[in-house]
Design a protein around this ligand. Structure first.
Ligand code: NAD
Ligand code: MG
Length: 400
């Protein structure tokens, strides 16, 4: 997703300055692994986290950014004490995250906060003309139209980190946009692909947190188990690649070797393949348009026993269907979908609702709440808050 006059970074030897939002999470820590691999090409200028002051302090002492920020200010004193005498500035709150996202020294902002909390700093970074390496798919789900307008106005460029979207982005390199017929987003199917639907009521938190192929943060791991992750990715792809829902197919591919595919107008299909490892798409977003030599695992073709595919089961996994519905409704509907999902997943992780109450809660929020077309930012924030309130008030009983 980019404005037509957005300049891709030039390939040269000057180190790229990074601001990493959500540095203590799964994507954030893997981004720092990439920085460790390329100390001459990447320089960290800002790191942020929500509450984990201890890990953020350790990261700051290793990477020596100019500033760090905690979204939740409770532990600021702990962080200040840990960094006393280092000259590293300590910031807090959404304001602090936005300052970290707009630092003049940062060329690339890695958006790796989980959930809609990542939206405001990304909007700030776009307004500051930064290149955005986007892992935070919720930003596009909630505010895709707004983000698109801002990117065009500020000449910024957004490079996807999500493995499927990175795959599509790589397949599209050098291709005319008009030649794209459709795309296929692959999905592992999560831990419950083969589990009988009749037993879904009994799914526990521990079972849902056990993803077969990827090690990720808790929220996205639950999203993968409900297949809402793929639903969010359909909406993400709609905005990133300017495609209609009918052009975006989801295909279950349990091995997670093909990360996604593009079919062109002449009948040719391109796919991007690799061992499931988020470091590859993270690195590509940081090296783009270059590719840097790295020791990430390669596919051993002789040991690859087979690649399987099956259509997704939208009855067993209603979250995927709900995401397509929200995309068709447009306006505030995807923001309602996202907020209801974030709230329901949080309740499930606290053992307060059942696994099957997650789609129930989202469906009820989409049905009950008024939807606005062409919403302003304030309307999106309000839709988000209303959906959370509804799910919180009614919990698992929301649809009963
Ligand atoms: P995570 O939970 O491991 O990490 C989230 C990070 O965001 C942490 O640093 C945390 O401190 C910070 N954070 C959380 N809530 C915050 C708040 N309210 N304010 C400020 N900071 C906050 O999550 P993750 O798995 O790294 O995922 C991050 C994003 O990347 C998500 O949007 C996810 O969908 C996307 N993504 C992740 C993966 C993966 O492999 N983990 C793959 C594709 C996309
Ligand atoms: Mg993905």
């Amino acid at each position: 997703m980019q404005s037509s006059d957005a300049a891709a970074p030039t390939v040269n030897d000057a180190p790229r300055g990074l601001s990493i939002l959500g540095a203590t999470g799964s994507i954030g820590t893997q981004t720092l692994d990439i920085v460790r691999l390329f100390p001459d090409r990447l320089k960290v200028h800002a790191l942020t986290a929500h509450r984990n002051a201890a890990l953020l302090a350790r990261q700051a002492l290793e990477f020596r950014p100019g500033c760090v920020a905690l979204g939740d200010a409770t532990e600021v004193a702990v962080l200040e004490e840990a960094l006393a005498g280092t000259g590293i500035r300590v910031l807090a709150g959404t304001e602090g995250l936005c300052e970290a996202a707009t630092l003049p020294e940062a060329d690339i902002v890695v958006a790796a906060v989980v959930g809609v909390a990542g939206l405001e700093p990304v909007l700030a970074a776009i307004r500051a003309g930064k290149l955005i390496a986007l892992a935070n798919k919720e930003t596009l789900v909630v505010a895709g139209a707004l983000v698109g307008d801002l990117l065009a106005r500020h000449g910024s460029l957004l490079i996807p980190v999500d493995s499927e979207h990175s795959a599509i982005f790589q397949c599209l390199a050098g291709e005319p946009a008009r030649a794209v017929e459709s795309i296929v987003l692959t999905a592992s199917g999560g831990p419950f692909r083969a589990r009988p639907a009749g037993t879904f009521e009994a799914i526990t938190r521990a079972e849902a947190l056990r993803h077969p192929n990827w090690s990720m943060g808790a929220k996205i791991t639950i999203d993968s188990a409900t297949m809402m992750n793929k639903g969010l990715e359909v909406i993400e792809a709609h905005w990133l690649f300017a495609l209609e829902a009918a052009q975006i197919e989801v295909l279950v591919h349990p091995q997670s070797i093909i990360h996604s595919m593009v079919t062109f107008a002449d009948g040719s299909t391109k796919a991007q393949l690799g061992v499931p490892d988020m470091k590859v798409p993270i690195q590509y977003a940081l090296s783009y348009p270059d590719r840097w030599p790295a020791p990430h695992p390669r596919i051993d073709w002789s040991r690859l026993s087979g690649l399987d595919f099956e259509p997704p089961d939208m009855v067993k996994f209603p979250c995927l269907r709900l995401a397509y519905d929200a995309l068709a409704l447009g306006g505030t509907a995807p923001a309602i979908l996202n907020a209801a999902n974030e709230q329901a997943v949080a309740l499930f992780l606290e053992d307060r609702i059942r696994f099957i109450d997650i789609p129930h809660s989202i469906e009820a929020a989409l049905e009950k709440l008024a939807k606005t077309v062409q919403p302003s930012y304030a309307m999106l924030v309000e839709a988000d808050a209303e959906a959370r309130r509804l799910v919180l008030e009614h919990g698992g009983a929301v649809a009963n």
